[in-house]
Every structure is written in C-alpha cells, then in structure tokens.
Write a protein that binds this ligand. Structure first.
Ligand SMILES: Cc1cc2nc3c(=O)[nH]c(=O)nc-3n(C[C@H](O)[C@H](O)[C@H](O)COP(=O)(O)OP(=O)(O)OC[C@H]3O[C@@H](n4cnc5c(N)ncnc54)[C@H](O)[C@@H]3O)c2cc1C
Length: 404
C-alpha cells in the first residue's frame, strides 16, 4: 500500500470522463491515494455513444460490466452514400461485444465504479490552477487547494494543460464542427433494421458526414460533422435540418419521432497536444489529442491512453521516480501508433474517397477487409495489419511528419 504522506494525495486526476475514471480506478486498485475532480455533476450529457470492441479489455480490468447498463449491442458499421447508391457494411465480429451507450449513464457508471474502488471523487469542483514542479503538484480549485505527487489531465477537449502550455496544434483538414441531437419514440417500420443490427451508420454528404447511432429504448443519436469550410454565419442548426431532410433513409426512420433536446453544436475539433506529458503530469483521452469521430475512436483512445499512463505511473510511484520528467517517453511510440493510425485512417476517409475507392476494393479483397475491420475495431497494436502500415508510411503521413 502506497499512501501519500507529505502530500494530500498520490495522484490528482482532473476530469471524470472515461479517461479520468479509467486512470483513477487503475491507480486506486494498486493502493494509491487518488483524488478525481470533475466540474460537472454526473450523470451529465456527453456526446459520443458508439464504442469499439477493443475497449472491452480495459473495462474488464476496471470491473465495469457494460452489459449491465442494458445498452444497445453494436454489430457493425455501415457507410452509405445515398446520392451514389453505395453501401458498405463492416460486421464487427469480434470476441469482444461492443455497445452503443448513452454516455450520461455510462460515464456515471464508470465514475461510481471508481469511487467504489477507493477513488476520492469530487464533483461540481473546477480545477483552476496547477503548478507542477520538482517538489510536487499543487492545485487550486474553485473550492480549495490540494497537493499531490502527480497530476493526470483528463479534462477532455478543454485540454487544460495543453492550453496552458500552448501546445495544442489544430488539425485543420478533418471535421471542423458538428451539430447533433437525440430522437425518441422512433417507431417507424423503416427504423426497425437500425435497432436489429445496432450498426452505426455513416452517411456521406458533400460537406462531411452524418452519423446515425441506435440506442436502447428505440432512441437515435443523429449528428452532422462538417469538414468543408463553411462561413461562420452559415454554421446554424438550419444546416443540420437541411442535410437531414435530404436523406431519404433518415426521413423514413424519423417519421413520428420526437427530438429530445434542441440541436447542440461542438466545435474545436481534431487537435494534437504537442506536450502530452512533462514534469509530474501526463494527459490522457481527448486532453492528449482529439480526432474527428468518424470511426468512433474517442472513448477507445481515451481508455487506452489512460490505461497506459496509469500503468507507467503505478511503477514510478512505487519506485519514487514520478518526478522524472521523461517518465512517459517510453510510451510515446505506442501512443503514436494508436493515435496516428486512426488519424491517417480519418485523413484517408476525407481525402481519398475512401468509401468509394478503398472500401469497394475491400469487398473483393478479404485480406484488406480484415485489415479495415481491425482498424474499425481498435485492434491497433498487432503489428500485422498491412493496411495500417501503408497508412502510416504513406506520402501524406511523411508530409505530416508522423510516418512510421
Ligand atoms: C461530435 C462528436 C461525436 C463523437 N462521437 C463519438 C463516438 O461515437 N464514439 C466515441 O468513442 N467517441 C466519440 N466522440 C469522442 C468522445 O466523446 C471523447 O473522445 C471522449 O468523451 C473522451 O473522453 P475523455 O475522458 O478524454 O473526455 P470527456 O469525456 O470530455 O471528459 C472530460 C471531463 O473533464 C471535466 N473537466 C474539464 N475541465 C475541467 C476542469 N478544469 N476541472 C474539472 N473538471 C474538468 C469535464 O466536465 C468532463 O466530464 C465524439 C466527439 C464529438 C465531439
């Protein structure tokens, strides 16, 4: 048992989304004294419902049983271009069953699980200032001050440390902003197949793409991600209405359905945090980097990066080496492999007519289809995915300075 003595805590985790809940639970399981601070009161709304199968091993370590939440099982991802009459489905047949989850419920479950495993969870408290130096970590919140041996930044796209260090670098050519809402009472016959397969549907449109995610209770999450440059004045919910009304599939499925809340918007898309870790701190989840959500990689990368940070920090806390500024350097290659693989896959989606060219070729090549399925499922660290290798060695990856 390793308990902070001169400090209030061994570790303070800022942010109680999937990344913060994961990192804090794994550290508390090892006997470290952990404080998690979230500015919201859970359950709180969060967008991002579609999960990847390879998240499940992390949930198992946490002791989270996502089947208990009665979420909608997800069996595949289908990419549809209604204008060109093209549909390609990728069945996610894996040993791990993924789900489409309602995030308010799911994130709350993860946070309660953290608390039940010894994490001190403070909600409705905002981390305002941080100081990480040789002597320790000192935090000021809107309520009080705390000290610790280490800080984990899991503040999502607020990216607390990245913005303070001015190390956030935007990725401009992927999705730029999004409009979305949820629908309930989705009872049209046309919607039946959505709930039967549980697939996430990606509809390709000229300015980006639309997601349709079936959720339990015959509800749908529907959102538009805009990749093309659109004048600020045109970034209005009307744009969302227009694109929805142009989709025959959506119009049929949504007949008689009710909107659960007014259309919401999210901007500040896709970025890299150039200083993901430093003296006595590390960032995980979106705070380390965020990618356009076309391949539903957000929560998966959040829990995987949190797991990596927690496992490395656990050893350092035992050895008393958490003040080593290079603590997480050894994890950089694995992080880059995961994040950059997804990044190059998304780049390909937007810039190489992926659905039209590559995906249709994959219909004829079993090996390629397997490789794409590996990426869509989050199986990123096998070393045997030829398509992934091609993405990471492409000319574009070289131009971006992220080639393998
Ligand atoms: C439009 C859109 C669609 C998406 N769709 C999907 C999808 O289908 N599937 C998927 O896997 N991902 C999706 N994502 C991404 C996914 O939502 C995120 O990747 C995921 O939530 C990241 O988890 P996190 O824990 O890093 O951050 P978050 O879940 O954002 O959690 C961060 C937490 O930090 C707290 N916080 C922030 N600042 C402070 C502070 N100063 N003090 C205290 N607390 C603070 C916040 O209250 C929040 O609870 C989508 C994202 C967007 C924008």
């Amino acid at each position: 048992m390793n308990v902070a003595t001169e400090f209030d805590y061994d570790v303070i985790v800022a942010g109680g989304g999937p990344a913060g809940a994961t990192a804090s639970t794994l550290l508390a399981q090892q006997g470290h004294k952990v404080l998690l601070i979230d500015r919201d009161q859970h359950p709180r709304f969060h967008i991002g419902e579609s999960m990847l199968p390879m998240s499940e091993p992390v949930f198992k370590r946490l002791g989270v049983d996502w089947q208990k939440g009665q979420y909608q099982p997800k069996h595949g991802a289908e990419f549809i271009d209604e204008a060109e009459g093209l549909r390609i489905r990728f069945p996610l047949a894996s040993q791990h069953q993924p789900y489409q989850v309602e995030r308010a419920k799911f994130d709350h479950m993860m946070l309660e699980n953290a608390a039940s495993q010894g994490v001190d969870v403070h909600q409705m408290e905002v981390v305002k200032e941080t100081q990480c130096d040789e002597s320790g970590v000192f935090i000021r919140t809107d309520k009080t001050n705390y000290s610790a041996r280490y800080l984990i930044d899991a503040t999502g796209r607020s990216a607390m440390m990245g913005r303070r260090n001015q190390s956030i670098q935007r990725i401009d050519n992927l999705g730029k902003f999004s409009f979305y809402t949820h629908y309930r009472s989705v009872n049209a016959d046309a919607a039946n197949s959505l709930f039967e397969t549980g697939d996430v549907k990606i509809l390709i449109v000229d300015i980006g793409w639309i997601w349709i995610i079936p959720m339990s209770g015959r509800r749908l999450s529907v959102g538009l991600v805009v990749q093309k440059d659109i004048a600020l004045s045109a970034r209005k919910p009307m744009l969302f209405e227009k694109y929805l009304s142009e989709s025959a599939l959506l119009m049929a499925a949504l007949q008689g359905a009710e909107r659960e809340f007014d259309v919401k918007a999210e901007a500040d898309f896709s970025f890299v945090n150039q200083s993901r870790h430093g003296l006595r701190y590390a960032c995980c989840g979106d705070a380390a980097g965020f990618l356009d959500p076309v391949f539903s990689s957000g929560v998966f990368l959040a829990v995987k990066t949190a797991e990596a940070v927690a496992d490395c920090l656990h050893i350092a806390l035992l050895e008393g080496t958490e003040g080593n500024v290079d603590l997480h350097v050894a994890g950089d290659a694995d992080y880059a492999l995961g994040f950059n693989s997804m990044r190059m896959f998304v780049e390909r989606f937007y810039h190489a007519r992926l659905v039209h060219n590559l995906f249709s070729v994959s219909e004829r090549s079993d090996a390629l289809k397997e490789d794409i399925l590996g990426l869509l499922g989050g199986d990123l660290w096998t070393g045997s995915n030829d398509f992934q290798k091609k993405l990471l060695n492409s000319r574009q990856a070289q131009q971006l300075g992220i080639a393998d």
